[in-house]
Design a protein around this ligand. Sequence first.
Ligand SMILES: Cc1cc2nc3c(=O)[nH]c(=O)nc-3n(C[C@H](O)[C@H](O)[C@H](O)COP(=O)(O)OP(=O)(O)OC[C@H]3O[C@@H](n4cnc5c(N)ncnc54)[C@H](O)[C@@H]3O)c2cc1C
Length: 173
Amino acid sequence: MESLRQVMSTFATGVTVITVGGANPHGMTANAFCSVSLDPPLVLCCVSGTARLHKAVAAEGHFAVSVLCAEQEGAARYFADRSRPCGREQFAPVDWLPGPRTGAPLISDALAWLECEVTEEHVAGDHSIFVGRVLDAAPGTERTALLFHGGSFRGLADGSVTAARPDGTVSAG
Ligand SMILES: Cc1cc2nc3c(=O)[nH]c(=O)nc-3n(C[C@H](O)[C@H](O)[C@H](O)COP(=O)(O)OP(=O)(O)OC[C@H]3O[C@@H](n4cnc5c(N)ncnc54)[C@H](O)[C@@H]3O)c2cc1C
């Protein structure tokens, strides 16, 4: 439904690369990623049922998330390009390290990394919602975030900040 695509593109998101380790490591650019629960620590990602990553996550039972910074737009484009190679060779253009808990590639210089074990898969239309229990989460570089809005990659425009308090209320900073 084109209007749904258009409407959802108004919702600005961050951009991640979701990866799976094992004998055939794989990565995919994704913005359908969010936090679910703090206790227990759970996140989710939505993956197209026809994506190679879907098969990889289902087979290995884990995934890792690298939250990209503004300088990593090239990596976001690369991991969304279906002509990229398969397996370990796929990661040759980027610096990465194997995640200590899962072995899944963690993209160097990302804003943050999470490693998760899949606890639930919910098939929802043409995607699956993978819920992951967070095994490890670490902050990375302190750069600005890469954003996706209106079908385009963007940076943060004016640098103005409104701080959110832990109780969810906000104050202009
Ligand atoms: C900013 C951004 C955010 C994104 N967020 C998400 C997200 O949250 N979830 C998500 O699932 N995807 C998302 N994508 C899309 C995803 O990154 C790409 O589709 C990526 O190529 C999938 O990688 P893959 O290797 O897992 O699947 P691929 O093997 O690359 O397949 C991707 C799609 O292309 C089709 N395909 C493969 N080969 C061919 C061919 N020869 N001819 C025609 N069709 C073919 C597949 O059936 C599948 O539907 C996002 C893309 C961008 C740019």
